[in-house]
Design a protein around this ligand. Structure first.
Ligand code: CMC
Length: 429
């Protein structure tokens, strides 16, 4: 077997260092041995945006961006999307294996015990402005849960931790649905625990005047698949935020609110909303070539395209594109689909996008499905946050139980002023 080490020669001093290689990586702190002299802090790596830094070891999700592979706990995403259901996937993510029938029933029952929110949480939500962005409401309300469950900060007690996991998975659909009803000016609909997880969520969204609304079965199927596809995606921006904030040992509600805030941005989970706004802005299929030219000239981005990890195709986008066709058969084709298809067709043949390996990502088509299901655009990131909550808490728990982990605290290269004396205000120029 080849020697599992890396030899580095520092040409400033002529010294050589042998650094052990584990799992194809070197330990960044080993570089600190590389010094000019005893006063030298030692070598660091400069890696803004963590382009090439593994921040943890994980057994949850595997991605091969070049081959377009995504697996949860070893199971290919395509198989899970076709055969599983969202709650089964949450169990898989959290506990590492698919549940038996008994385990699944017990899991579903225990989540159902936690779908209601405290009446004062409801009152808090009622206090938002009529036009509040539902993602802002979602983030703030999840954070507020920490004040209702103060014991949640005992994060190293396995029973207490488990209770908060159930509460988070059970309550986020209720908070999401209440935020939707709020912007619609409609009374909040309480959870119905005799429904499935997805049926209950759709009912809290759509029900008007009757305890149960007529929901096309394809909506339940679509949401189940979309929730599975969005449940986890290893060390993305929001999951890294969850781990980073959670590494301070704050309670899981505050950490989840931080993760949801990271998801809100248009480069991450806000991209599905941004895609629809972009399609609105383009307005007409004839305008597509001019829009593409603008993107190529650096005037904005083609939202829903490109990914930090996927450089061939996003396997979630493939599943979603097929799903979109199934949904449109029932709802009718959205005229925006034509614009989206034309954007995709031109971009996939254009040198600019080919050279940079930019392909449609999960958000390119998910927004069109959500729109066909009559969800308002500002609600799209919330629909991403509901399932991603299960990924966040899976990573949060993995981080807490990982002995290698400590409070996240990156280094910097300081390029500011050297020491200088304070200047009284009257002497400043
Ligand atoms: N449209 C046009 N050009 C792009 C795009 C795009 N969507 N994405 C990347 N580029 C260009 C970028 O300008 C750069 O060009 P150059 O080398 O000439 O400077 C090159 O491609 C590399 O881009 P980057 O910004 O260095 O790549 P990144 O890995 O930092 O960014 C990304 C990844 C997803 C933030 C980016 O592709 C993007 O902004 N896409 C649009 C937003 C989007 O759809 N986000 C959803 C991501 S998938 C859901 C999720 O997991 O959050």
């Amino acid at each position: 077997m080849a020697n599992e080490s890396l030899t580095i020669t520092d040409n400033r001093t002529g010294k050589s260092y042998d650094l052990p290689i584990t799992y194809g990586t070197i330990h960044a702190t080993d570089l600190r041995k590389i010094k000019m002299n005893d006063d030298d802090f030692g070598m660091m790596t400069y890696d803004p945006a963590f382009m090439n830094t593994a921040s943890c070891k994980s057994t949850v999700t595997f991605i091969d961006g070049d081959k377009g592979i995504l697996r949860y706990r070893g199971y290919p995403i395509e198989q899970l999307a076709e055969k599983s259901n969202y709650l089964e996937v949450t169990y898989l993510l959290l506990y590492g294996n698919l549940p038996t029938k008994e385990q699944l029933t017990a899991w579903e029952d225990s989540i159902k015990l936690h779908t209601y929110i405290h009446e004062n949480v409801k009152k808090l939500m009622e206090g938002f402005r009529y036009d509040a962005h539902p993602m802002g409401m979602f983030i703030s309300t999840v954070a507020a849960l920490s004040t209702f469950y103060p014991e949640a900060n005992k994060i190293f007690d396995p029973e207490i931790r488990q209770k908060q996991i159930l509460r988070l998975i059970g309550k986020v659909p209720t908070i999401a649905a209440f935020s939707y009803r709020h912007i619609k000016g409609m009374p909040y609909v309480y959870p119905n625990n005799s429904d499935s997880f997805i049926q209950n969520f759709l009912n809290m969204m759509y029900s008007i005047g009757t305890p149960h609304s007529e929901i096309p079965p394809i909506f339940e199927k679509a949401l189940n698949i979309l929730f599975i596809l969005h449940a986890d995606h290893e060390q993305n921006c929001s999951t890294s935020a969850m781990r980073s904030v959670g590494s301070s040992h704050v309670d899981p509600y505050s950490a989840t609110a931080a993760a949801a805030a990271a998801l809100y941005g248009p480069l991450h989970g806000g991209a599905n909303e941004a895609v629809l706004r972009m399609l609105d802005h383009i307005g007409n299929i004839k305008e597509v070539p001019a829009f593409i030219e603008k993107v190529k000239n650096g005037e904005g981005r083609l939202m829903g395209f490109g990914h930090r990890v996927y450089k061939n195709f996003d396997p979630r986008a493939t599943v979603i594109k097929n799903l979109a066709n199934e949904v449109f058969k029932v709802t009718g084709v959205d005229p925006k689909l034509e614009i989206a298809l034309e954007l995709e067709r031109i971009a996939l043949h254009d040198e600019y996008f080919i050279k940079r390996k930019l392909y449609p990502n999960v958000d390119f088509y998910s927004g069109l499905i959500y729109k066909a299901m009559r969800f308002p655009v500002e609600f799209f990131p919330v629909l991403f946050a509901i399932p991603r909550t299960s990924g966040w808490i899976t990573h949060w728990q993995e981080m807490l139980l990982d002995e290698d982990q400590k409070i996240a605290r990156p280094r910097q290269i300081y390029l500011g002023h050297d020491s200088r004396d304070y200047v009284p205000i009257e002497k400043r120029k």
